[in-house]
Design a protein around this ligand. Sequence first.
Ligand code: NAI
Ligand code: MG
Length: 323
Amino acid sequence: MYKITVIPGDGIGQEVMKPTIDILETLNTKFEFIEKEAGKECYKKHGTNLPEDTIQQCKKSDSVLFGAVTSIPEQKSAIVTLRKKLDLYVNQRPIHSYTNQDINFTIIRENSEGLYSHLEEQKGDEVIALRKITNKGSERIIKYAFNYAQKTGQKRVTAAHKANVLPLTDGIFKNTFYKISEEYPNIDSNDYYIDATAMYLITDPARFDVIVTTNLFGDILSDEGGGLLGSLGLIPSANIGDNNGLFEPVHGSAPDIAGQHKANPTAMILSSCLMLEFLGKQEEADLLHKAVDDVILENKIKTPDMNGTNTTQEVADAILHKM
Ligand code: NAI
Ligand code: MG
């Protein structure tokens, strides 16, 4: 039996997690779910937004399901710290449109270094944030991107970087990319500067299959992907390391709509689908994914972000009904 740590977190993280667990239980996956705390509400109760007990339980589990947390200035980001503690160096974010077949690509975001190294310091008037890029970190994420492209039959891998302005850090990333690309002669490899990538995603998204990029750039492109699809509530993600996986929607805790029962649960539900695949439960993953696809394609039951009037629970119920 697989042990799954469940961290609903704050705001709509709580609201999209509950129906997701109900769906997994209906699939009869025989998972053992262990709920743990993190985030702003957790900080108010325990004085930390990421208790040691939560970290240890994640380390002992086969996978983690994570909702979303509200950030607080007093504490380092709980999710960034958790990704680091579990050495989840891959952040895989599929952007697939149901209405425009040109929009069908996956962002592979480096998840352990870059500007998310928590290396910020104040020196008098100056405040400096360090952006750390290593050979090892670049190599493992770029290899993952090419292996992913090969496994899923994608034609092209594109590196997005800013090596013109950051010749040392992004120089390593770009050079490593072309070195590793030689091991994959059947896959097209090209690169663009990050700003041009952001534009091409809007003007000509069909040119992208797999995008591999550093931490902050991947974060920004992912939300642009949400914009391309029309809602952030549709994009799931897998955080993967050598020993563990953490699955979470790309969106945050959305305080602007929290408590109003209108969060789109699709991103969280599809994240659980990525977890099922990761744990080798392909049949259950396919069944669930098809149910989600059917509900979206029918275009009847939908939350306000998709121009609908339904609640989170009604969308989840429609998916359960299809299953
Ligand atoms: P956000 O992703 O929470 O929301 C951005 C916009 O998208 C909002 O208008 C929101 O209503 C909408 N939205 C997001 N998810 C939706 C869903 N499932 N259904 C319908 N609409 C949805 O990002 P924002 O507002 O920048 O940040 C809010 C809080 O979340 C902050 O404290 C931020 O630090 C945190 N955050 C946490 C993340 C995590 O836990 N992994 C990731 C991103 C942000
Ligand atoms: Mg983000």
